[in-house]
Design a protein around this ligand. Structure first.
Ligand SMILES: [Cu+2]
Length: 161
């Protein structure tokens, strides 16, 4: 008898929790966000001749912000040796990307990554690359995503590229 009663009480408690109106529920953190970006809404900006950059979501400049960016290259393009203060996740969306590790920028030591391939480069690891034909890369990670060129002359902001 006693156990049947407590079982009935337990059922009542569950029903009461499920049927509480929204206003009576404990406050939850900010509502989850979602982002949808169609390909024709991507805003490409010039990075260097033959190379463009676009921020797809998040703020790569902001510390702690998850971000997604794309890099689009025309023909055979060189990505000079550089490093980032944060981990870099690279996905090849189209074309072929040749990725190399280190600060020398030697094309012979690169690995060819075809469309669909993924690469991870740890924070502060110098790396470089070449594209074979028109190539689009997607890069994601957590900001601040800064591009530090091993050779400062390679920085598009230096005015020499
Ligand atoms: Cu990089």
């Amino acid at each position: 008898m006693r156990s049947a009663l407590s079982r009935r009480s337990a059922v009542f408690v569950v029903v009461a929790l499920v049927s509480l109106p929204d206003g009576n529920r404990a406050q939850t953190p900010a509502a989850p966000q979602h982002t949808v970006v169609s390909a024709d809404r991507i805003q490409w900006k010039p990075l260097r001749p033959g190379a463009e950059i676009a921020v797809i979501s998040g703020d790569p400049d902001k510390s702690g912000s998850s971000f997604v960016m794309r890099f689009r290259y025309r023909g055979k393009a060189r990505i000079p040796p550089h490093w980032h203060p944060v981990d870099e996740h690279i996905t090849v969306l189209s074309g072929t990307f040749r990725l190399g590790m280190g600060s020398k920028g030697d094309e012979a030591t690169t690995t060819a990554l075809a469309a669909g391939a993924y690469a991870f480069v740890e924070a502060k690891m110098a790396h470089y690359g070449w594209t074979e034909g028109d190539t689009t890369l997607q890069v994601h990670g957590v900001g601040p995503f800064v591009i530090n060129y091993v050779n400062p002359a390679d920085d598009p902001k230096s005015g020499k590229k």
